[in-house]
Design a protein around this ligand. Structure first.
Ligand SMILES: NC(=O)c1ccc[n+]([C@@H]2O[C@H](COP(=O)([O-])OP(=O)(O)OC[C@H]3O[C@@H](n4cnc5c(N)ncnc54)[C@H](OP(=O)(O)O)[C@@H]3O)[C@@H](O)[C@H]2O)c1
Length: 251
């Protein structure tokens, strides 16, 4: 029987207190990896989510609280990896925020907030990971982009820019890090049922849903299973790709 076995591998999943990041961390743990978890702050929800994962997989989780927008957070993740694990095999750059607003109504601070989280945070985490992975000449970096970064969406001017930047970063990192044995790919979810999409108006949701070939929203696990595949050796010859997980929303 073929199974994905990540025993002894070490992963970091940013933004793993809920949604796609939490499902990805859970599947990586179920496959045997140790996982460094991250959320902005030790909220009740984050602490309880992380405690559940630790209870199910004793001794295989660590947590680092702090926004990925803050350079101190990527540095802290690097320190935990160095002191506790001495290796890094998988980075899932999942933390992200969505702000829905028409172009003329976007406050200046919101442009900085979205780009600092979705782009600068991912770039810094990738720098730390690349340094650690280069030592073993292997590793897999998985970036969360979005169909909105590929096709756009009204009201998502800054978010769309940030997710297109993730694709550009993925391509360049794949070319630079491929010779060092490090693979870099992105996944581009469509409409996934998480807190991020909970506030979508009924009208927008129905419009999206009508265009999904498979006729349903995705689940966090739909995305996490592709993350697990990209983290594993089953995808050993895949790098520099953007894999759509959208039930046929874009064909
Ligand atoms: N849901 C979708 O339909 C969809 C579609 C395409 C792409 N995506 C992408 O998939 C990723 C995950 O989305 P999701 O739907 O799972 O979102 P979500 O339910 O809102 O979860 C976001 C996660 O990121 C954490 N987070 C937010 N800002 C952070 C920061 N500055 N630093 C560290 N952690 C932070 C949140 O934790 P705390 O609040 O506890 O800090 C939470 O764990 C995002 O990059 C998103 O853009 C989602």
């Amino acid at each position: 029987m073929l199974t994905i076995d990540l025993t002894d591998r070490v992963a970091v999943v940013t933004g793993s207190s809920r949604g796609i990041g939490h499902a990805s961390a859970r599947l990586l743990l179920e496959a045997g990896a140790s996982v460094v978890l991250n959320a902005r702050a030790p909220s009740e929800q984050a602490e309880s989510a992380f405690a559940d994962l630790e209870r199910a997989h004793p001794g295989r989780t660590a947590s680092v609280y702090g926004s990925v927008a803050d350079p101190a957070t990527s540095a802290a993740v690097g320190k935990v990896i160095q002191s506790q694990y001495k290796r890094l095999d998988v980075l899932v750059n999942n933390a992200g925020i969505l702000r829905d607003r028409l172009i003329g109504m976007i406050p200046d601070a919101e442009i900085d907030e979205v780009l600092a989280t979705n782009v600068s945070g991912l770039l810094r985490m990738t720098q730390i990971a690349a340094r650690l992975m280069t030592r073993r000449k292997s590793g897999s970096i998985i970036n969360l982009t979005s169909i909105i970064g590929r096709r756009g969406n009204p009201g998502n001017f800054v978010y769309g820019a940030s997710k297109a930047a993730v694709i550009g970063a993925t391509y360049s990192a794949a070319k630079e890090l491929g010779p060092l044995g490090i693979r870099v790919n992105a996944v581009a979810p469509g409409l996934i049922d998480t807190a991020m999409t909970a506030d979508l108006s009924n009208e927008k949701r129905q419009d999206f849903q009508a265009r999904i070939a498979m006729g349903r929203q995705g689940t966090p696990e739909d995305v996490a299973s592709t993350v697990l595949f990209l983290a594993s050796d089953l995808s050993a010859y895949i790098t520099g790709q953007v894999i759509g997980i959208d039930g046929g929303l874009i064909v």
